[in-house]
Design a binder for this molecule. Structure first.
Ligand code: XMP
Length: 570
């Protein structure tokens, strides 16, 4: 849903030039819109499990990451949360009043691209030291501690990047409890510590860094390496030591607790109000709708718009899961004809996106109006979106996503946003989904773009082409799943090109469509590599497509990475 509204905002912006680098709408956590739902024909009728017995939430506690701009900052927060302690990322200019309600038990100062001795280099806010809470500085964070507490930081003779062997030495510290005497760590820094601040001790060193880990007896620590990345195998132990042994956290951040808290919060916020959500079958919209439904039952109505660009069985499966298994109140609208009508003769990819986005809003609004008075719009905003928006600098730009979403809706619909997932990472959302009883296949599905098959059909979208692509795509997904590759791949799908070529079948010449197969690995869709699929899997895909889809007589495999290509073809 999110994406559709984003299109809308984009489509409406007068003469707003498309970004040069990519024609795509920036993707969000909700790109998993309506994927192949390998759900639950077989589990039809089974009631969802109740949220697990929630561990008592106990005292509120948090670790605060002061974000100096490292590419790894979000990763630090994720790692802390994996240790079952709530963690938030804040910019160095965040006032204490905003942090205090979270009851911080310690601070982590992230890495960052700057140098502490540059003018305007970001510094740790003074409350971090004044509160006498434990502090762990990582890389730039360590250099800031050194600089602010009277040590010396200087440019390194050479940049240290990559693996190093860390040796524990100097003073023993609980920070390194259960860490072997020597262990690999990941380094990435230019500047280095020349002299520690007064009263600091060396805790560990590497060949290149005599001050690879330092600390004082006030629980202020610095690490020159990155404990948050997987290349530091003992990194999680070190972070856990900091969180539990040094900060004294209890560890009450579990998805069971999250659900319990959320249900209460949603009930309080919504009261007797009415909520609508655009259910797409993607992970975020599914989880958000489910958690709200769990909280307020039939006060939420989900609107599921079928734009006709979905894949085989997608509608039925989404519908079965939510209406039959979850008992949710869903309005299903088959608007395929409307969308197809508007897409007649359209070949430009960006125009296709715009039309689909606009039409989606039209349909959504029409349906929402029929419900009558509505107070809230449910939204699958996730924590990375919140951070992305907040770090965009201006307050006007803050909360880009909500902005777009609300902007896309008619102004007379003065809806408040209900965003119960806004502090969760994607993996946490999946966990919540599972705890709420959503099928695994739905929670772990590959992303699917909002405009659906429309941007996988090169040229005009027609009913006939949609059927051809659905049949070919079904084979791809089926074979990928049979080969147990589905979860390893970021995405795998078919594209219907507008190329026709000559072939021969039996005694006849054919002149059929060319289908391309795309399968990529990726962490975040920003970059992607084409997957080295086994030849026999490719062979089966190709054989089955040409045998099962009469209009197709040739199959090719896309072996380009992103960049320079994109994942989708349009
Ligand atoms: P590209 O093709 O730009 O795609 O490499 C990156 C990721 O985004 C998805 N994608 C979209 N998702 N609306 C969406 O909701 C779109 O317009 C759109 N275009 C691309 C794509 O499937 C991939 O996961």
């Amino acid at each position: 849903m999110v994406i559709y509204f984003q299109y809308m905002a984009k489509g409406k912006a007068k003469a707003k030039p498309s970004p040069k680098v990519s024609r795509r709408v920036a993707t969000s956590g909700d790109i998993e819109v309506s994927t192949y739902l390998e759900i639950a024909k077989e589990i039809g009728g089974v009631q969802p499990a109740a949220a697990k017995e929630a561990i008592p939430s106990g005292e509120r506690e948090a670790i605060i990451v002061i974000d100096f701009g490292s590419q790894y900052s979000l990763l630090i927060a994720r790692r802390v949360r994996e240790c079952q302690v709530y963690c938030e990322l804040v910019s160095p200019d965040t006032p204490w009043e905003k942090i205090a309600p979270l009851n911080p038990k310690g601070f982590i100062l992230s890495g960052g691209p700057g140098s502490v001795y540059e003018a305007n280099a970001p510094m740790t806010p003074s409350y971090v030291y004044e509160r006498h809470l434990p502090v762990l500085g990582i890389c730039y964070g360590m250099q800031v501690i050194t600089h602010q507490m009277g040590g010396q930081v200087a440019p390194g003779a050479k940049r240290e990047y990559g693996h190093a062997l860390l040796h524990l030495g100097g003073v023993d510290s609980p920070l390194f409890a259960n860490v072997p005497q020597s262990t690999p760590v990941w380094m990435s820094h230019g500047d280095k510590i020349e002299a520690m601040p007064p009263d600091f001790n060396v805790l560990a060193y590497t060949d290149n860094s005599p001050f690879a880990a330092i600390g004082n007896d006030k629980n202020i620590f610095g690490l020159q390496f990155h404990p948050e990345v997987v290349h530091t195998p003992e990194g999680k132990t070190i972070l856990k030591n900091f969180i539990y042994r040094i900060c004294g956290c209890q560890g009450n951040w579990t998805m069971g607790n999250f659900i319990t808290d959320s249900l209460a919060k949603i009930q309080k916020e919504v009261g007797k109000g009415k909520v609508i959500s655009a259910l797409s079958g993607g992970v975020d919209s599914s989880v958000v709708s489910t958690v709200i439904h769990r909280a307020i039952g039939d006060q939420i109505t989900c609107i599921f718009v079928n734009h006709g660009m979905l894949r085989r069985e997608e509608v039925e499966r989404t519908f079965n899961t939510f209406r039959l298994n979850m008992g949710m109140n869903i309005i299903y609208i088959d608007a395929s004809e409307r969308f197809l009508d508007r897409l007649k003769g359209v070949t430009d990819p960006e125009t296709k996106r715009k039309i689909i986005g606009e039409e989606f809003i039209n349909v959504f609004e029409e349906e929402a109006r029929k419900i009558g008075e509505v107070d809230f719009l449910a939204q699958g905003t996730l924590y990375p979106d919140v951070i992305e928006s907040a770090s965009s600098g201006s307050t006007a730009a803050a909360n880009i996503k909500s902005h777009h979403n609300v902007g896309g809706l008619p102004s007379r619909m003065t809806l408040k946003l209900l965003e119960p997932l806004r502090y969760l990472f994607k993996d946490e959302v999946r966990q919540v989904g599972l705890e709420l009883g959503l099928p695994e296949e739905m929670v772990w599905r590959q992303p699917f773009p909002g405009p659906g098959l429309a941007i996988r059909i090169i040229g005009e979208v027609t009913k006939e082409k949609l059927e051809i692509l659905r049949a070919a795509d079904w084979v791809v997904m089926n074979e990928i799943k049979k080969a147990k590759l589905y979860h390893q791949l970021w995405q795998s799908f078919a594209i219907l090109t507008d190329v026709r070529s000559v072939g021969v079948m039996g005694d006849y010449r054919t002149y059929g469509y060319l289908v391309a197969v795309r399968a990529v690995t990726s962490d975040d869709a920003m970059t992607a590599d084409w997957s080295r699929l086994p030849y026999d899997v490719l062979a089966r895909i190709s054989n089955r497509i040409v045998n099962e889809v009469p209009e197709v007589n040739r199959v090719v495999y896309d072996i380009t990475s992103k960049p320079p290509s994109t994942i989708e073809w349009e």
